[in-house]
Design a protein around this ligand. Sequence first.
Ligand SMILES: *[C@@H]1O[C@H](CO)[C@@H](O)[C@H](O)[C@H]1NC(C)=O
Ligand SMILES: *[C@@H]1O[C@H](CO)[C@@H](O)[C@H](O)[C@H]1NC(C)=O
Length: 220
Amino acid sequence: MRATTLVFSLTFALLGTSAHANSSDDNKYICFNTTKYVGTKNVEVDMGGTLQTKPCDTWIDMLQTGTNDLAGITFDANFDASTASDAAKRHIQSFGTTLKCCSDGKSALYKNQKYFCKDPTDWAPDKTYKGPETSNTELSCDVWVAGDDDIKNEDFSKPWSCDEKSATIKQDVQLLGADVMGCCGATKQSACHPYSVSGAASLQHVGVIALAAAVAVFLA
Ligand SMILES: *[C@@H]1O[C@H](CO)[C@@H](O)[C@H](O)[C@H]1NC(C)=O
Ligand SMILES: *[C@@H]1O[C@H](CO)[C@@H](O)[C@H](O)[C@H]1NC(C)=O
């Protein structure tokens, strides 16, 4: 098991002074399914080198103060995580998914990415994989697709065509996602199937994939 710790920006350490006060704000909206939010759950966060344990609610409120990454955001029924800043998205993903402030591990950024697979019913979001391509960190297909640098901007929640995509995207989707990680089950057919590259090119891409996976780990 990977330690559930996160590193925040240094500005975070300066805060705690200004109270977060907007009564319409409701942190449960960081979750895909608001009934899964556990605001009282204690989670450990690395605040610039010091591990501290506080409830999810406290961390999220703190991140909404001052110049922190969630400042300016009101969590309510109108909150649209997809339009949040990259920094805000990282926190929403971290608290919702990695730290499980959402008990099902699905943050407001969660999408049913079933069109990743040629046959959407093959999509295996909870399938996990751990290997050299993910720096030996266990990642679920869900988390990996949302975080992989090469494909995180693709929207697999809608019918998705691989046709005009770059070789890098095709490689990540089919060679890593379907062939290696098993995100489309036993058929191993992603939306980019059939796709293959020569042994040399394939080897070359392992480095690229490892890099992308490292980003995924951070996002996770
Ligand atoms: C809280 O935020 C909402 C939405 O941004 C805003 O309409 C409301 O006036 C704010 N309430 C307070 C007390 O600041
Ligand atoms: C949210 O979770 C509840 C309880 O498990 C479930 O009944 C409901 O269908 C879920 N809602 C969505 C949108 O998935």
